[in-house]
Design a binder for this molecule. Structure first.
Ligand SMILES: [Zn+2]
Ligand SMILES: [Zn+2]
Length: 111
C-alpha cells in the first residue's frame, strides 16, 4: 500500500511503523471505538503503542499508566521522568500519537 503523507516525510523508522499501523487501521485490524464504527467521527486517533483506533472524544482510552506511559516508542527504553509527546498526521483524518525519550527526541529534532 502506498501512502500519501500530508505533511513532512517522516524518518524511516517512523514511516515503517506508520505504514504498518495505517494498514491495520484501513483493513479493520484495530479495535475501533463505537463512533468510528458508526462513522460518526471525522478524525481517527491512533497511537504507536496501541491496537485501538478511537475518535477525539474517546482519546483518553489510549492513555497508558505507569512504565508503559513512559516507554519510548522509538527505542523502547523507559524514559523517566519525561517522555516527549508527539503527534503525526500521516493521512487526512488520521492522527497518530507517540512518545519519545530525550535521546530519540533529540535525534529526530536534529535530523
Ligand atoms: Zn469514540
Ligand atoms: Zn528512545
Amino acid at each position: 500500500m502506498k501512502l500519501q503523507y500530508r505533511y513532512a516525510v517522516p524518518a524511516t523508522w517512523m514511516r515503517d511503523r506508520l505504514d504498518n499501523l495505517l494498514a491495520r487501521y484501513t483493513f479493520g485490524a484495530l479495535n475501533r471505538c463505537e463512533h468510528l464504527r458508526d462513522a460518526q467521527a471525522d478524525v481517527a486517533v491512533l497511537a504507536l503503542w496501541s491496537d485501538a483506533a478511537v475518535c477525539a472524544r474517546c482519546r483518553l482510552r489510549l492513555k497508558l499508566v505507569g512504565d508503559a506511559d513512559s516507554t519510548c516508542d522509538r527505542c523502547g527504553r523507559l524514559s523517566v521522568p519525561t517522555i516527549w509527546p508527539h503527534v503525526a498526521h500521516p493521512s487526512p483524518g488520521v492522527v497518530v500519537l507517540f512518545g519519545l525519550c530525550a535521546g530519540c527526541n533529540g535525534t529526530e529534532v536534529a535530523a
